[in-house]
Design a binder for this molecule. Structure first.
Ligand code: PGU
Length: 429
């Protein structure tokens, strides 16, 4: 509002009471007068606190966003080249409600495989989504609309926003065991028990690869057992694939869990995000797909997904989708992308080794083997919320209070400082 406008509101226009000075004004504001500030987001709130800290030493290993070895955000070269090719050549018309057909086609090849029979048979209902979050939310709304009494089983722990997404879609949540704090690895036996004990036909949220926050994935053999048990129980697997390429450095390998389920004849749902693997964070580029029984069903499901999207945001944004389809649709740009994904994954692996070595050199009495055993963007360090608070208050190191370190924010320049601080707050535990 312009300054003049604000002045009039404060002073009051002749004949009307000034805002805040009369009972009419109070009742006008009263319907939301009781609103309290919302709790800070456990992940994005960390970035806010980091930005507000004036210390030159500060380090942000909170949000899962890739940084180069100077701690700077990265725009991939394949993305820059795609933007050069796009620039000035296209109009800004609305995309269809379901988004860019080309981008969806390329996304499906990435998740289901170039030669997927399901793509050929047009059995997959898919829409462009507002990145991974939007894809999960569309799915949750679809689940609620067409199976209103269903629930969702979510791993403990998981990405904090999963809980918000299914809560806001009014889908009741159940949890299943996933991680063992003692071994800092997978609690496979408990996970299988929870899968077996869930009512037949339950919905399960699975991280396709590079589980957030633990960095712990089932092995191929374990995925096969999980898939088998899902078949027995007729459970529905929904894969959140936000890190395809970040686990192994190869997007094809990272789709293995999904491919195993497909081989076993499951119908699946899948959320894809290009935030991390293409560095398109703020462009909100993603895809939701649901494998259906046949083409007819896929057409119906897609039309319903579009109908859910229409009153929320009408149609998805165009720029990120164009970047994705330009890269994946061009063999030369796609191979450049694959190289760049690999180099991001490799830099993170290098930093895992460096952090562990530094801690061991400092003579830490604790085992830090899990730093190099875990994969993907995160290290689930095992630090307590109180230890994390000390890192923040005494060392200006910002991370989520569950002890998760975003390895993507660790650099040659800050790894020594980080290791030293971690050692200080953990050595007497
Ligand atoms: N699914 C998982 C498992 C994620 O970790 C994330 C991002 C998403 C979906 C959603 O990403 P989109 O940007 O919507 O594609 N998690 C990051 C980024 C920050 C956040 O919480 O959104 C993180 O730091 O956990």
């Amino acid at each position: 509002m312009a300054a003049i406008g604000r002045g009039i509101l404060r002073r009051g226009i002749v004949g009307l009471p000034a805002v805040g000075s009369g009972s009419a004004a109070r009742s006008m504001a009263s319907w939301f007068g009781h609103v309290e500030p919302a709790a800070k987001d456990p992940i994005l709130g960390v970035t806010e606190a980091f930005l507000a800290d004036p210390s030159p030493e500060k380090v942000n290993v909170g949000v899962g966003a890739y940084r180069d070895d100077n701690g700077k955000p990265v725009v991939l070269e394949c993305v820059r080249e795609a933007e050069r090719r796009i620039a000035g050549r296209l109009n800004m018309e609305y995309l269809p409600m379901g988004g860019s057909i080309k981008m969806i086609e390329e996304s499906l090849k990435l998740a289901y495989g170039d030669d997927s029979e399901f793509i050929k048979d047009k059995r997959i209902a898919a829409v462009q989504a507002l990145s991974g979050t939007g894809a999960c939310r569309l799915f949750a709304d679809f689940q609620k609309r067409f199976l209103p009494d269903s629930q969702i089983y979510i791993p403990i722990p998981t990405w904090s926003n999963h809980h918000n997404i299914w809560r806001d879609a009014n889908v009741p949540q159940r949890t299943f065991r996933y991680y063992h704090p003692d071994t800092k690895g997978l609690d496979f036996a408990s996970m299988m028990d929870d899968i077996k004990n869930a009512p037949n036909g339950s919905f399960f949220l699975l991280h396709a690869c590079a589980h957030n926050p633990t960095g712990v994935d089932p092995s191929e053999e374990q995925w096969r057992e999980i898939s088998y048990q899902f078949k027995v129980k007729k459970h529905f697997p929904f894969f959140d694939m936000a890190y395809q390429g970040f686990a192994s450095g190869d997007p094809e390998k990272d789709a293995k869990a999904i491919r195993i389920f497909l081989e076993d004849g499951h119908q699946i749902g899948c959320a894809q995000s290009y935030a991390k693997n293409m560095g398109l964070y703020g462009q909100r580029a993603g895809c939701l797909s649901i494998l259906c029984e046949d083409e007819l069903q896929a057409v119906a499901v897609k039309s319903q997904l579009q109908q859910i999207a229409r009153p929320m945001y009408s149609n998805p944004p165009v720029h990120g989708a164009l970047v994705v389809s330009t890269i994946l649709g061009d063999p030369e740009l796609k191979s450049l992308w694959l190289k760049e994904v690999k180099s991001m994954a490799d830099r993170i692996i290098g930093m895992r080794n460096a952090l562990r070595e530094n801690l061991e050199k400092l003579g830490s009495p604790l085992s830090w083997e899990h730093i190099t055993n875990q994969i993907g963007m995160f290290c689930y360090s095992g630090m307590t919320p109180e230890q994390v608070d000390r890192l923040t208050n005494e060392f200006h190191i910002y991370m989520t209070r569950n002890g998760r370190i975003s390895m993507a924010g660790v650099t040659t320049g800050n790894v020594g400082y980080l290791a030293n601080a971690i050692h200080e707050v953990t050595k007497s535990s």
